[in-house]
Design a protein around this ligand. Structure first.
Ligand code: 2AL
Length: 242
């Protein structure tokens, strides 16, 4: 089977980290690759960034469909454009936020999310509600590190570790959900330091896609998630029409 991880921001170094984490969990029969969006923001940490990341994501899905990819991981914690990606793909498309939250819900009674900037907390809260996860989500905490600084800030690891510890103490959480694909490589370290299970959505979504494909399950093509009706698109979005 062929699984493609799509980083919907345009930062290649982040895609490399994401790919390594996804490769670390797939089975031997799975061909996995990771692609970086070819247009859009360098990082996604506002509603504006999210909206403008979606055309690049959909272009990546279209390329994947032409190349025979069986399923996709949408590797940004806002799960931007997830419904549209599902319409465009034949196989499963799983967002890292939905995968991480569902995985964490199996591990204890409640989880806390630790994310990047405070301004992304509202989006994460909307996703918790949209995925029916209010029963499990005890709190959403920001460490105030911008996405691209996760890699370059020498204090990032320490600050995120502290944010996880504080979230567990403040919320009584049984697990932590990491709120950014750029935190994936810290997952094992944080699990050992914080003392509760720490869930990285990149790994969780990759294994969810692999499971669905193994089960022979594809996206439902009926109703809402059927291929969108063909129509012309104009301006810079011309190539998205048919
Ligand atoms: C993210 C993420 O996962 N990738 C990105 O560019 N922004 N999420 C976040 N909460 O900042």
């Amino acid at each position: 089977m062929r699984i493609r991880v799509i980083n919907p921001n345009t930062t290649r170094s982040m895609t490399d980290t994401i790919e390594e984490c996804a490769r670390g969990v797939v089975g031997p029969g799975t061909l996995l690759d990771a692609v970086t969006s070819e247009m859009g923001p360098a990082s996604i940490e506002s509603h504006y960034d999210e909206a403008l990341s979606v055309p690049g994501l959909l272009a990546a899905i279209r390329r994947g469909e032409a190349e025979g990819v069986d399923g996709y991981v949408l590797a940004c914690f806002g799960d931007p454009g997830l419904d549209a990606a599902r319409e465009a793909a034949g196989g499963p498309v799983i967002g890292i936020a939905e995968a991480a939250m569902h995985t964490a819900s199996h591990l204890g009674r409640g989880f806390s999310v630790v994310t990047t900037l405070g301004r992304t907390v509202g989006r994460a809260a909307d996703l918790v509600e949209g995925y029916g996860m209010q029963r499990f989500c005890r709190g959403i905490h920001a460490c105030e590190i911008p996405v691209l600084a996760l890699d370059s800030d020498p204090d990032a690891r320490k600050i995120i570790t502290e944010a996880c510890r504080e979230a567990v103490a403040a919320d009584g959480a049984d697990a932590i959900v990491l709120g950014c694909a750029g935190m994936a490589e810290l997952c094992a370290y944080l699990g050992a330091e914080v003392g509760v299970p720490v869930v990285d959505g990149v790994a969780a979504a990759t294994l969810t896609v692999q499971s669905l494909i193994t089960l022979g399950l594809r996206k439902s093509g009926r109703g809402e998630f059927a291929t969108p009706p063909p129509k012309p698109y104009t301006g810079p979005l011309r190539s998205f029409g048919s």
